[in-house]
Ligand binder design. Structure first.
Ligand code: ATP
Ligand code: MG
Length: 268
């Protein structure tokens, strides 16, 4: 199990009306690792995340979640696979007519859990994690953009997923609020060993996620040279999509030291 990737895409092709949105995309994310997905608008980042959840099906190629090929699965068979995954959509996408509590509880109810005490305790737990417990009874319209993003993360983590997909989680946020979201992503990764895919346009996010660790012991950030936590090194890789194809795959160091003029555009 340890050597099975959490997510594996193997020569994936997907076209919309003959225009490829993903062109021969391959990548692997091991357990506890982070993949940072960069690319211009329309390059296929959101489509790539959606194929990982089988919300979109590839025309060719394989996608494996914890070693299981998800291509031929029925909706019912996909259920247990998706339970292990959480996604924070690009739009945030809370249900406007439901309170924070009901938004976060939604997935548990969908899974058939009816015990309100159990639901309440789980909802409080994840809202506490994102520091939003006091907003339990609020409606989404009463929240700021950053608060909504935090609630969306709480909602995505309610089933204790081992894989989290974040589509531009800091998009449109001020730097301070963006930092709190990055901190949450890092905390989930390092305390729960969640495998993460993070789409971002901000190089600061990428730098932060690849160079810092969250220490469960001290409940604080460990600086860049702090070494691995608990004896393990948590890896972060970068993938740049260009017109649906993998243009770059490598480490932060390789990315920032590149001489490639297209890649350099992402570095400021
Ligand atoms: N449901 C769909 N039907 C038709 N075309 C689609 C659909 N979803 C995405 N596309 C197309 O696929 C391409 C990739 O879109 P995608 O949303 O993945 O871009 P992105 O990299 O996430 O961009 P952004 O940074 O703006 O969010 C685009 O050309 C888009 O128009
Ligand atoms: Mg997108």
């Amino acid at each position: 199990m340890a050597l099975t990737p959490a997510i594996e895409m193997d020569h994936v092709w997907l076209s919309f009306e003959d225009k490829p949105a993903l062109a021969d995309v391959s990548c692997k994310i091991m357990h506890g690792e982070t993949l940072i997905l960069l690319g211009a608008t329309g390059s296929g980042k959101s489509v790539m995340l959606k194929t990982m959840l089988a919300l979109l099906k590839p025309d060719e190629g394989r996608i494996r979640i914890d070693g299981q090929d998800i291509a031929g699965l029925t909706e019912a068979q996909l259920h247990p696979v998706r339970r292990r995954m959480g996604i924070v959509f690009q739009e945030g996408a809370l249900f406007d007519s439901l309170s924070v509590y009901d938004n976060v509880a939604y997935r548990l109810r969908e899974e058939g859990i009816r015990d309100e005490d159990e639901i309440m305790s789980r909802v409080r737990e994840v809202l506490r994690f994102v520091d939003m417990e006091s907003a339990l009874d609020k409606m989404p319209a009463e929240l700021s953009g950053g608060m909504r993003r935090r609630v969306a993360i709480a909602r995505a983590t309610i089933s204790r997923p081992s894989i989290m997909l974040y589509d531009s989680p800091t998009g449109g946020l001020d730097p301070v609020t963006a930092h709190t979201i990055n901190l949450l992503i890092l905390k989930l990764r390092d305390t729960e060993r969640v495998s993460s895919v993070v789409v971002t346009h901000r190089l600061q996010d990428a730098f932060f996620l690849s160079n810092f660790r969250f220490s469960a012991e001290t409940q604080s950030l460990v600086p860049p040279n702090g070494g691995p936590i608990g004896g393990r090194q948590c890896l972060t890789c970068f993938l740049v999509l260009r017109e649906g194809a993998v243009y770059f795959f490598g480490t932060y160091k390789e990315l920032v030291e590149t001489g490639d003029s297209y890649l350099r555009k992402f570095l400021h």
